[in-house]
Write a protein that binds this ligand. Structure first.
Ligand SMILES: [Zn+2]
Ligand SMILES: [Zn+2]
Length: 392
């Protein structure tokens, strides 16, 4: 059997892999396709899953990007479908209104939900699918986040960010010809989410060394290689080169797959995500808009890597630090935000998040390590000075 690191994203569909880590890794997604022009395979993929009817979800943006063409392809193939198009002046949010709207048009005879979109529409379809039992698949329109192959739904309910359990999509179809035309902030957001894996993987390893937490070498290596490929193509992403877009999309899909194989988000999420989450919750509480998840995660990775540097010799002997300079230079080359001021983070929020982001969940990261060493306060003041100048 091939090692995980030798497999192409397509080969992960339906995988059952007895791993050296002692677990049997399984992937419940039946079909994964990432490539140029693969939208044309939609009717074939739908047929493998169902005879229809298909219920398609799109919004104003994603209709133009791919849903119109998807509908034409289904019509030509004689697959019955109907859809709901959310008309949005501003980006769609996965809240009660969106969930209710999506449910309202689902018909009793519908056999498959097809989300044409990225974060919000995918999360909406996943929630709907898990509660109604109607399977769903996703046609990706932006390589903006790693939630495509995930099983949880981050939603905004009552103005609060909550995560609800959901299900895997049956299929992921990502046409790089479509994805490369996504708005630039969405391209850089996906890139930031991927660059964040450098520090996420370091946190996972740190917890293994210090706490003996379960760790899978192969899953970590799989993720690390996908990240490295994106880093090498950073400048190409800015130029919307299809190869660079493909690397990011594959890495985003693999991140979801790796989380599923491991059974938690360790391969993809560490302290950098806790920062992002903390800032997002603060913006929501103030009724303010916030940067795209991945753009915050990229900045979070710079902070997390800086904290690793500050921890220095206190870390276990021989521990390989995430390369802060590499993270910074990749984000810059891709045109992604690389410092908190670019995200509009206020100094007080920045300082507070360094001290309290770790309370978001019970997970050992560089933040908890520094707190345990009694160093976190000093590091927070140091970084606040570094990024904002002056004394805290
Ligand atoms: Zn394993
Ligand atoms: Zn993320």
């Amino acid at each position: 059997m091939k090692k995980l690191t030798e497999m192409r994203p397509e080969e992960f569909s339906g995988l059952s892999y007895p791993c050296r880590c002692g677990r049997n890794h399984q992937v419940g997604i039946k079909k994964i396709r990432v490539g140029s022009g693969c939208l044309s395979e939609l009717p074939q993929i739908v047929r493998e899953l169902t005879e229809g009817p298909v219920y398609m979800l799109a919004d104003t943006f994603t209709f133009e990007a791919a849903a119109r063409e998807a509908g034409e392809l289904l019509s030509q193939a004689g697959i019955p479908f109907h859809g709901r198009r959310f008309d949005t002046e501003t980006p769609l949010v996965p809240d009660e209104r969106t969930l209710g709207g999506a449910l309202a048009d689902l018909e009793p005879e519908d056999k498959l939900i097809v989300a044409v979109g990225s974060g919000t529409l995918n999360d909406t379809a996943r929630f709907l699918s898990s509660r109604t039992g109607v399977p769903y698949m996703v046609v990706c329109t932006a390589p903006s986040m790693d939630g495509y192959a995930s099983t949880v739904c981050p939603l905004i309910l009552g103005g609060q960010k909550v995560t609800k359990p959901g299900v895997y999509p049956q299929a992921i179809l990502a046409d790089t010809r479509v994805l490369k035309e996504a708005p630039m902030p969405m391209l850089t957001a996906g890139f930031g989410d991927i660059i964040g894996k450098y520090t996420a993987l370091a946190d996972w390893r740190l917890s293994q060394v210090i706490n003996g937490e379960y760790y899978c070498e192969e899953c970590a290596e799989l993720m690390a290689r996908a990240v490295e490929k994106c880093a090498e193509n950073a400048a190409g992403l800015r130029a919307r080169e299809e190869g660079a877009v493909q690397s990011v999309t594959e890495a985003l899909v693999l991140a979801g797959v790796a989380m599923g194989m491991v059974g938690n988000s360790r391969p993809a999420s560490g302290a950098e995500h806790h920062f992002s989450h903390y800032w997002e919750v603060d913006a929501l509480a103030r009724g303010e808009s916030h940067p795209l998840h991945g753009n915050s995660v990229g900045v979070g990775a710079v902070l997390s890597a800086s904290l690793y540097q500050l921890a220095g010799s206190r870390l276990p002997q021989g521990f390989a630090l995430p390369d802060k300079e590499r993270i910074l230079s990749c984000l810059k080359a891709a045109g992604a935000p690389s410092g908190p001021e670019e995200l509009g983070i206020r100094r007080d929020l920045f300082y507070e998040s360094l001290l309290h982001a770790m309370e978001i969940r019970d997970r050992f990261t560089i933040l908890r390590f520094l707190a345990g060493e009694g160093l976190l306060g000093g590091c927070a003041a140091e970084l606040a000075n570094r990024f904002y100048g002056g004394k805290e």
